[in-house]
Design a protein around this ligand. Structure first.
Ligand code: SF4
Length: 671
């Protein structure tokens, strides 16, 4: 019989059924893709389960061993490293694709069984700046704080730095009736569908948002009644935006004033309008301030927390939302609580049965953690779950060198990723349709992925791995997903992301449950800000921000901007999708995209192999020529090793998001 579940990939979490022969059929009872749409990745997801390159047995220094041998070895080495160097000598790195249960168990494992503060996850690289901006403005981050189906009623949608036509195609169905305004340095597939495309210089989105706000104020488009009733802090923002007059913004961004005016007037005139941000606006060393500037614009126009309008962040990874709620983030405890909040520590420690004083404090953020590995004051051992930082981290050669200095690397994965290859111990784990667990999609809707097929005999769930290691370190951890979820519910109770009223049965009975859902029988909260924001006074907070240049600008040595992003047929570090034949056929290799004028200047023809280099490293790729990109910018997809050898690890001071989206490079023809 066909089993109802959800896609293994992105945060839209399209519904699908797995039938006989692993045939995939779209579900129409899941609002995200009720149209029956899936993208190429979803249609081919069954092939992941039977892929010939699956890991099927534990490996110790490359040799197949029994599970007990592998887990005994890891536990003994962890104990020895902790005894010699202290608990923070052991680090844990999680992933935004892990189920809520795994994210929760991993955070508890790090803090209780290992006693380390050194845990973070790859979601830090994804939308942490938007999360920080939402918490700053609204008191809470729930990604898109409204059902995705609300977008169908929108008259205008401003999409800053998101290419949904390639990253999550079924999402586009929800935008079909809206005038779409896209902000992107490239004329992406999404920008081609737009009513208006604003094509700023990379790294200047913040200035553009300030310019749009300036125009809204100058042209008397501010919703003064909303601002007075539902917000605080507008006077400071009004003052700071006054310095960003349109002609100045045009000089900084390259976007003509009349286009900016067109955009802001359309937004203000719309009955229903949304401002959405994606990685293009967020993955910057000023990402939190950039998203804040777009939230300020949305607040000035009276959008957030109203029926039919709003602001939302387009979370990327499958459980990017849930992954940041349950404690695998360096600064958080389950329920999306701050780890330095005494009341949160008391509550969670109580659920975990330990004194609150025994809970470690906040640890290093993802890049800082990776960059500390093997250093005298850094971790000596790293446990990696569902992440491939050799491909996905910025300045990745530096990260590879740090990983090479570790005393112990343990990788739990489904395939031999570029990072798992370096591991002392590789533990083969179950994947999406082989296990039951919950995922929280980009709307904050908690969904149930059901087990549909048995895993290969020697493959175990990450929850089994965590429980097995915890037992060897003297702690009892549940490994049954339902039991773990039950504990997660109790740990999250009273926090912003309160799951206490959510059960597997309730999720299964309908199209999922929105958090917060604070008690049994509570209907869930699809639109949490309709009555009040989650701030102490219930008002949204304007926060004054100023534009600043990228951490690195082009110069004589590295004369063009590099921007990175995704393509339709690949996903994240490509560890999964680069093994699926139809996806490889559709997107076989990395490339660099150049404007024809830049290509002519560099004597580069389509198909030439070129060297792309930055101050941090270099890579060789094939050149593609396209007039969809600015003349001063080149683009590379990041699904293959290489693009992130070039990217800049400059960090956003608030969220610790690296500057993936802009750095300076040189491109040279080598054949
Ligand atoms: Fe899967 Fe995302 Fe594609 Fe939907 S859009 S099928 S969730 S990868």
């Amino acid at each position: 019989m066909a089993v109802k579940t959800h896609c293994p990939y992105c945060a839209l979490q399209c519904g699908m059924e797995i039938g006989a022969g692993l045939a995939i059929t779209p579900r129409t009872d899941v609002p995200a893709n009720a149209s029956g749409a899936l993208c190429q990745k979803g249609w081919t997801a069954g092939e992941l389960l039977t892929n010939g390159t699956r890991l099927t047995t534990p490996l110790l220094h490359g040799e197949a061993v029994a599970w007990d041998v592998a887990l005994d070895y890891v536990a003994d080495r962890l104990s020895a490293i902790r005894a010699e160097h202290g608990p923070d000598a052991v680090a844990v790195f999680g992933g935004g694709g892990l189920t809520n249960e795994k994210a929760y168990a991993l955070g508890k494992f790090a803090r209780v069984a290992l006693g380390t503060s050194q845990i973070d996850y790859n979601g830090r690289f994804c939308m942490s700046s938007a999360a920080a901006a939402s918490i700053r403005a609204f008191g809470m981050d729930r990604g898109m704080p409204f059902p995705v189906t609300d977008l169908a009623e929108a008259d205008v949608v401003l999409l800053a730095g998101g290419n949904v036509a390639e990253t999550m195609p079924p999402f586009v169905r929800h935008l079909e009736d809206a005038r779409l305004i896209v902000i992107d340095p490239r004329r992406t597939q999404t920008a081609r569908r737009a009513w208006l495309h604003l094509q700023p210089t990379p790294g200047t989105d913040l200035a553009l948002a300030l310019g749009l706000l300036h125009l809204a104020i100058a042209d008397d488009l501010v919703d003064e009644e909303y601002v007075a009733a539902r917000t605080t802090g507008f006077d400071d923002v009004r003052t700071s935006a006054s310095a960003w007059w349109p002609e100045r913004v045009e000089r900084v961004t390259g976007v003509p004033v009349h286009r900016m005016r067109q955009a802001v007037r359309a937004l203000a005139a719309a009955g229903n309008a949304y401002v959405l941000t994606g990685r293009g606006a967020e993955q910057h060393a000023k990402g939190t301030d950039t998203v804040t500037a777009f939230i300020n614009l949305a607040l000035a126009l009276g959008l957030p927390g109203t029926q039919g309008s709003g602001y939302g962040c387009l979370t990327g990874q499958g459980n990017g939302q849930g992954g940041r709620e349950h404690g695998q983030k360096a600064d958080q405890l389950p329920g999306y609580r701050k780890i330095d909040d005494p009341a949160a520590r008391e509550h969670v420690a109580g659920v975990w049965g330990i004194p609150a004083d025994d809970l470690p404090g906040p640890g290093r953020s993802a890049y800082e953690l990776l960059d500390a590995l093997g250093r005298p004051d850094g971790p000596r051992a790293l446990l990696l779950f569902g992440s491939n930082p050799i491909v996905s981290a910025p300045d990745s050669e530096r990260v590879a060198a740090r990983i090479g200095d570790l005393d112990l690397l343990v990788a739990c994965d489904i395939v031999m990723s570029e990072t798992a290859v370096l591991a002392d111990v590789v533990l083969p784990v179950t994947q999406w349709a082989e296990e039951t667990g919950t995922m929280t999609n980009l709307e904050g809707r908690v969904l149930l992925r059901r087990r549909a097929v048995a895993p290969p005999p020697q493959v175990r769930s990450d929850l089994d791995v965590i429980a097995g290691l915890a037992a060897r370190l003297g702690h009892r951890f549940a490994s049954d997903p339902a039991e773990v979820f039950d504990e997660l519910r109790r740990a999250s109770a009273g926090g912003p992301a309160d799951y206490s009223g959510i059960t597997y049965e309730r999720i299964a009975a309908g199209p999922g449950v929105f958090w917060p859902c604070p008690q049994d029988g509570h209907p869930g909260t699809p639109r949490p800000f309709l009555d009040a924001f989650a701030t102490p006074d219930g008002r949204a907070r304007f926060v004054a921000v100023q534009h600043r240049p990228p951490a690195e600008e082009p110069d004589d040595d590295y004369p063009v901007y590099l921007s990175t992003g995704r393509v339709l047929a690949q996903y994240q570090s490509g560890a999964q999708t680069r093994r699926i034949a139809p996806l490889v056929e559709a997107a076989p290799e990395p490339y660099v995209e150049l404007h024809p004028d830049l290509a002519a200047r560099l004597d580069i023809a389509p198909g030439d192999v070129v060297r792309v280099s930055s101050r941090r490293g270099e890579t060789k790729v094939v050149a593609r020529i396209s007039d969809s990109i600015r003349r001063d910018t080149v683009f590379m997809p990041f699904h293959w090793e290489g693009a992130n050898r070039l990217t800049n690890p400059a960090l956003d001071p608030t969220s610790r998001m690296p500057e993936f989206k802009v750095c300076a490079v040189r491109v040279e023809r080598i054949s």
